[in-house]
Write a protein that binds this ligand. Sequence first.
Ligand SMILES: [Fe+2]
Length: 330
Amino acid sequence: MSDYFYNENLYETVEHDNFVDPALITGLKDFYNYITPKFAEEIAHMDPARLKINDIWASFDKDGKETASFICFDYINAVNSAGSGLFRSADNEEYRNFKEKYKNDFNIITEMRDAVHANLIKLGRDPGWIWTTSIFNFNKPFEIHTDGVDTLVKGQNRPEKWEDLAPSDYMPNEETPPAAHQGLINIDAGPTAGTVTFNQWYPYSVYLNYGVEIEGKWSVGPAPKKRIICFGKGDEPTRFGEHIRNFTNAPLSDEDYARIMEHVEDHTRVFKQEEGYGTSLEKILYFGEPGKLISWDSKRFHKTKPFNHFYQHKLHSESRMCYAYMSTTL
Ligand SMILES: [Fe+2]
């Protein structure tokens, strides 16, 4: 891979109503509702009333053939506390057999991927290689982040000094697909749910929360997990020979914060203004009606539009179901 594994001209952040055939949207919702209790009983061996799938993920080769998959879920256990679990094709035969048993149902995922590919071309947005897709139904929002290319050192702890890292340690290799754009299509989410995009970008996949200490509470898990790709309190906005583009070096403005938090009842729990230090709001991309597409450059900082989450009592109450794709340049 060249020294420049990314393009500095970002894909435009766009929104399109009625992006796919409504029958596909209905089909995806029906599939999710049909497969959830089967999955709970046959694979997770749990009460379906206590389980909510939050990601039905698949990856594809360049010809659109599925190469791997997983299902990730949240559940309420016997003592009424929340947990999560994951079953994947890579290492679980029972799960692979489950996929085979319901393959006619799972087919809709590939159908949707093909429709997204074809319809992106119609919009004049190069689909590249759509290499992963998800049916998402999140229970809680997470930090501002990018989905740029993974650095090779993603799984390591932070070095003592950033200068201790050599470019060959962190730069992506030939096999790393260069990130292009990503998008979400509303399946069954409320019109005030959505994604927030910022004017800042970074070529690697990273998290940003200047409101917390680096050892503090992050959605990626307890420290030192992934702290090498987290920007927190006291961190310079530079790393891996790169810098956060358009970093403002100032707090997120009151006006931007108010727009981000519109429709959110409890501000303090889900997103604090100081978390967004250094950033400025680009767009609020509302999910709108089922079938609407929102899409942005994968290098651009973004986050789930904050929403209230009441994990234990409302596990099933609010749907944020949408279909996500990630595209890379061919
Ligand atoms: Fe993302």
